[in-house]
Design a protein around this ligand. Structure first.
Ligand SMILES: [Zn+2]
Length: 229
């Protein structure tokens, strides 16, 4: 498919999904951001389409989405990109299997991030969708290359991480997948905190974690389409 068409489809899809950041309780105000990787015929390097800085999710239009190279050069768009564009670019460089990144400030998962406590493998959905324990990436200032590097390092084996004193990052093959990762982490964090209030949470054994992941990979759900597809 021609690159221009892929980019337009990605922008439209992102505009359709933007209100979900608020509707699903993943973002407050204009904080948080999301992006997807686009590839096209004859394109030497990948591009990403990312949400603009400081625009309310409920009013975001497809034209507001910013198209950029992974080195930060804006290719198309009238607005400034999210200040966390380095975080997104760093993840796309480190994980070739990732085509979408969602960054949220959802409250309970952010609470774990402030306590710098990983979310252990306590629930089937967290294990299957995130891939096991949700680690805490080493602290770095928002918007920096250091945060991008720390996050990419923590994402080596899983699809979601907590950012120390900051929030959550979820990644996936599609935007839907990355949104689901962030939702499942927030729900898992709520369950974990509640379990700690009423008792001692039981963590799933490594063999059970492996089995759940294998069963999920082998047979759950329907085929999905990538960004712009
Ligand atoms: Zn943030």
């Amino acid at each position: 498919m021609a690159l221009r068409l892929v980019v337009e489809k990605a922008r439209e899809k992102m505009a359709r999904m933007a209100p979900d950041m608020v509707r699903l309780g993943l973002a407050v105000g204009t904080w948080g951001n999301f992006s997807c990787r686009v590839t096209g015929d004859g394109l030497g390097e990948d591009l990403m389409v990312i949400t603009p800085s400081g625009v309310p999710y409920t009013g975001m239009k497809s034209r507001d989405m910013v198209v950029m190279r992974l080195d930060g050069e804006v290719v198309d768009g009238d607005l400034r990109p999210s200040t966390e564009w380095r975080l997104h670019a760093g993840i796309y460089r480190a994980r070739r299997d990732v085509n979408a990144v969602v960054h949220t400030h959802s409250p309970v998962a952010s609470g774990l991030a402030v306590a710098r406590m990983p979310l252990p493998p306590i629930l089937e959905d967290v294990v299957q969708i995130v891939g096991g324990e949700v680690p805490v990436a080493t602290y770095a200032t928002a918007g920096t290359e250091e945060l991008a590097a720390n996050t990419a390092a923590a994402l080596r084996d899983v699809n979601g991480v907590l950012l120390a004193n900051h929030g959550v990052v979820g990644v996936g093959e599609t935007l839907e997948d990355a949104f689901t990762v962030c939702q499942v982490i927030e729900k898992g964090a709520q369950v974990y905190v509640f379990a700690r209030l009423v008792g001692e949470p039981s963590v799933l054994a490594p063999a059970e974690v492996d089995l759940l992941r294998r069963l999920y990979r082998e047979g759950y759900g329907q085929p999905r389409r990538r960004c712009g597809g």
